[in-house]
Design a protein around this ligand. Structure first.
Ligand SMILES: *Cc1c(COP(=O)(O)O)cnc(C)c1O
Length: 248
């Protein structure tokens, strides 16, 4: 289940084919339909041309971690690729919410109410007329000692979910997690299973319609699919190793 080092080799079409195959095999092992798992291509640090190359291979959903970088890429690609779906997956500071609310379709990394409230207000609500569709959002949960320390704690999750679900400019879709790297499949699966249980509890106890589990990356997407991922966020297996980047 550990991806072989060759995964970064090959042209975009070949890389995409291999990642889709990994998703299909994991889905089959889990008795799931692979069509339930959306592939999000994480294009952070790669240029608009790399995104366009993936789009030509049929990939439609892209994930970005840095607001300015994402906004620039969207602008560069809008004319030729107007229907791509853009997901913001990185840490989000309050002073950057306006560009995210205006330009992205999804945000996976909400971990506090103040940011959600800003995004909702800046997105606008249908009642205001002419507003875009609500921003689709996930709450980032801190499962298993995330290296980044971002994410709401499991204890504070129900309260945050209740508040975010009420915001008119947002549509709460589910949960996102970035567990610490683990080498074997069982260790990889545990935090993903925890995230699924947390989602199931919110559905059962709060009546929230949460259909999304955003979990799994290049190194652990099989474990995530086995535990119910509906979106896997894959970067290096699709685009190759990332160039080193200074901290944002
Ligand atoms: C970079 C990143 C990914 C993709 O990671 P890879 O290991 O390159 O697949 C997924 N999710 C988030 C939040 C990221 O920052």
């Amino acid at each position: 289940m550990i991806p072989d080092p060759d995964d970064s080799a090959g042209d975009p079409a070949e890389r995409l084919r291999r990642v889709r195959l990994r998703i299909e095999q994991a889905a089959r092992a889990a008795g799931r339909d692979a069509a339930e798992v959306r592939l999000l291509a994480v294009s952070k640090t790669f240029g608009a041309e790399a995104v366009a190359a993936m789009a030509r291979c049929g990939q439609t959903e892209f994930g970005e971690n840095y607001v300015q970088e994402g906004v620039a890429k969207m602008a560069a690609l809008r004319a030729e690729w107007p229907t791509l779906c853009w997901h913001f997956i990185g840490p989000l500071q309050s002073n950057k919410t306006r560009d995210v609310a205006a330009g992205f379709d999804w945000v996976h990394s909400i971990d506090r109410l103040s940011v959600a409230q800003r995004l909702s207000a800046q997105r606008g609500s249908p009642a205001q007329g002419g507003a875009p569709a609500p921003l689709q959002v996930c709450l980032q949960v801190n499962v298993s000692g995330e290296a980044s320390k971002s994410g709401v704690s499991p204890e504070q999750l129900p309260g945050l979910a209740r508040e975010v679900a009420r915001l008119p400019g947002l549509r709460l879709r589910g949960l996102m997690g970035i567990p610490a790297p683990a080498v074997d499949l069982a260790a990889q699966r545990a935090p993903f299973a925890r995230l699924r249980e947390l989602r199931d509890q919110l559905v059962a106890h709060q009546g929230l319609a949460l259909d999304t589990l955003s979990m799994g990356m290049s190194a652990d997407l099989e474990a995530a699919v086995l535990e119910g991922a509906t979106i896997v966020r894959v970067g290096s297996a699709l685009f190759g190793e990332r160039p080193r980047r200074a901290a944002p």
